[in-house]
Design a protein around this ligand. Structure first.
Ligand SMILES: NC(=O)c1ccc[n+]([C@@H]2O[C@H](COP(=O)([O-])OP(=O)(O)OC[C@H]3O[C@@H](n4cnc5c(N)ncnc54)[C@H](OP(=O)(O)O)[C@@H]3O)[C@@H](O)[C@H]2O)c1
Length: 239
């Protein structure tokens, strides 16, 4: 039976490549993001297997209605992926950039997760996937809101996982933590182990198929994750 998936943040980068991968693998895919022309462009690649919906997840009241509309138009979905996210290098700790990051990555994420989990609880099954980041592991001086927002996402998903396990429903929750991926989001100097969006999407797709609870993307970022967790403050605060 054909499976349905929704990808929020499908207009570019990781989300766009994931959308292509799901379409190539026979899924019907709901594509969402703010840039309608890019959603239409992607739909032209897969006219028969895509739905599109313009959604700005920072405008939570409208966005929650719009995500529910998309779910209804697709007659229910099996997988919902939130790839939407923003981040800034914010040396000057400018409040507008901190606030925008929290509005999208925290409030917007939680609002979309809320609709997703309620939909899956109602149908008794489903798979919720959030794109967090390796940045979730520690705070950062250059992007404090971004790292904290990703920490929120990973912690929130752990809470949602515990909730669905206790519900007894057949619902999976997958926390994806990428390192660097070559997209508009990858900013700053000294980037290393930068994956192509295609490679990242392939590894994320595999983790979803295996219903993994957590995956580093690419896999070798596990070592950086381990290092970041172990590093004492007196070293971490100097790098
Ligand atoms: N690239 C990396 O190195 C890296 C590393 C770790 C984690 N990540 C995470 O991966 C995810 C995807 O990022 P990317 O690297 O693929 O960068 P990207 O190409 O900039 O993609 C970001 C996506 O988020 C969407 N988005 C932003 N604000 C939104 C809003 N208010 N409402 C709805 N959608 C919104 C964008 O669509 P519209 O602009 O059309 O709305 C776009 O599709 C992000 O959550 C990011 O934090 C990326």
């Amino acid at each position: 039976m054909t499976q349905n998936a929704i990808i929020l943040g499908a207009t570019s980068g990781i989300g766009k490549e994931l959308a292509r991968m799901f379409c190539h693998n026979g899924y019907v895919v709901g594509l969402a993001g703010r840039r309608t022309h890019l959603l239409s462009e992607l739909k032209r690649e897969f006219p028969d297997s895509t739905f599109i919906k313009t959604i700005d997840i920072a405008k939570t009241i409208d966005a929650m209605v719009q995500l529910n509309e998309l779910i209804s138009e697709m007659k229910g979905v099996d997988i919902i992926i939130i790839s939407s996210g923003i981040g800034f290098i914010n040396h000057e700790l400018q409040w507008p950039q901190e606030k925008d990051t929290i509005d999208v990555n925290v409030t917007g994420f939680a609002a979309m997760a809320n609709i997703a989990i309620h939909h899956f609880l109602q149908k008794g099954s489903g798979h919720f996937v959030g794109i967090s980041s390796i940045s979730a592991i520690r705070g950062d001086n250059d992007s404090p809101a971004y790292n904290a927002s990703k920490s929120f996402i990973s912690n929130y998903m752990e809470g949602l996982r515990k909730k669905v396990v206790k519900s007894g429903a057949s619902i999976s929750v997958t926390d994806i933590q990428p390192g660097f991926v070559d997209t508009a989001m990858a900013k700053g100097e000294g980037l290393f182990w930068v994956a192509t969006p295609q490679k990242a999407a392939q590894q994320i797709y595999n983790a979803i198929q295996r219903k993994k609870k957590h995956a580093y993307i690419t896999k070798r970022w596990m070592f950086i994750g381990w290092l970041m967790k172990m590093m004492p403050d007196f070293i971490y605060n100097r790098i």
